[in-house]
Design a protein around this ligand. Structure first.
Ligand code: KG4
Ligand code: ZN
Length: 345
């Protein structure tokens, strides 16, 4: 029997310092240090993030190796996020990974952060509603703090972007509206929490008109912001009284926009298999909207939703990307530099 590969995944593209050990398709350990310092600034401060990655990466690595119960010398390759993301944090993570791979004498593997979000569905037991892996081809909706993308996934490293946001990401809408509501960064999880006690049909927001498979969220963001500001003028306690309904109503419109576009992509491509990835895909209303839509369809319509620990940034997804790259001998040269923007795959 062929030996299962053991890969260490390292993620530092934004404000989470994460290290994971993957064996085959299984997660042996998955360490995340969230950088809470950014809460008081209302968003991620890149230099502070870089400094904290530099401080925490060795510790996260030690912990991940210890909890995985492997010996450091069993590691076959070092997989690290090369981009997209914040360039300072990426430089810290990639430099650390390069040195670590040189020290161990094993190959370096570069992970694309967006592709890695998609690969979470290939981690054993990473899906909520289905433990098997999505078969190719499938469509992937990647919704995170930085991206809103519909991607046609034809094979592991054959992906095509079908649609993206023309302005703000959907995660940005959650985080910015949360700020107005007085919720700390990142706002998505708290908006999700407040919405559980709210009426999603209480307030109505209109959908942006965008042709094709692209999205636009800046108009919706201003619409919700103005709605809150106008209501505060009449009632200074408007937020306090209606926070649950605002959160629920906002999630409803966002879920509908996302589902409409994905449905359009399905009809356009004739691909009926869909996966959701990225931090925002942890959202309950979005998950339920997609689940109830797919439930009404025939068996060929398949939906893959990630468990929360694999929806938001993590290093297990970077590790599994490394496994796929190692299997194809897609090793990275030590003089490659990280990149901040996603151009194409
Ligand atoms: O994928 P991710 O962890 O990092 C990026 O690659 O950007 O996504 C972070 C984003 C943030 O905007 C955060 O507010 C949002 O995901 N988020 C959520 C939820 N959990 C995280 N948004 C809505 N509902 C959630 N439950
Ligand atoms: Zn991410």
């Amino acid at each position: 029997m062929q030996k299962e590969l053991i890969i260490i995944g390292i993620e530092s593209s934004c404000d989470d310092t994460a290290v994971s050990i993957i064996k085959g398709r299984k997660v042996l350990s998955n360490i995340i240090f969230h950088q809470n310092i950014h809460k008081k600034y209302g968003g991620v401060v890149p230099e502070l993030a870089s400094r904290l990655h530099e401080k925490k990466l060795p510790l996260a690595t030690k912990k991940a190796i210890f909890l995985s119960k492997i010996d450091q010398n069993q590691i076959d390759g070092v997989s690290v996020t090369f981009g997209p993301g914040l360039i300072g944090p990426l430089l810290v993570g990639s430099s650390f990974a390069k040195s670590f791979s040189m020290g161990l004498g094993v190959p370096l593997l570069s992970a694309n952060h967006i592709q890695s979000h998609i690969f979470t569905h290939f981690i054993e037991n990473a899906n909520i509603n289905n433990n098997s892996y999505p078969k190719f081809p499938f469509l992937s909706l990647v919704i995170s703090g930085g991206h809103t993308l519909i991607i046609e996934v034809n094979h592991f490293f054959h992906m095509k972007i079908l649609g993206s946001t023309l302005d703000d990401s959907v995660g940005n809408v959650f985080d910015q509206i949360a700020r107005i509501l007085g919720i700390h960064y990142p706002g998505g999880p708290m908006i999700d929490f407040f919405s559980k006690y709210g009426n999603k049909n209480k307030f109505h927001f209109s959908k942006p008109l965008v042709n094709g498979l692209n999205f636009s969220f800046s108009g919706l963001k201003s619409q919700i912001r103005k709605f809150i500001e106008n209501n505060i003028k009449n009632d200074p306690f408007f937020i306090k009284k209606h926070i649950h309904d605002i959160c629920a109503s906002m999630q409803k419109i966002i879920s509908e926009i996302l589902l409409e576009k994905v449905y359009q992509a399905i009809l356009q491509t004739n691909i009926f298999r869909v996966s959701l990835s990225g931090g925002v895909s942890a959202n309950h209303e979005i998950q339920n909207t997609f689940l109830s839509f797919f439930k009404k369809k025939t068996k060929k319509w398949e939906l893959f939703l990630p468990k929360i620990e694999y929806a938001t940034d993590n290093a297990a997804m970077i590790g599994i990307s490394g496994i796929f790259k190692y299997e194809r001998k897609m090793f990275e040269s030590l003089d490659t530099s990280p990149f901040s923007k996603l151009k194409k795959f």
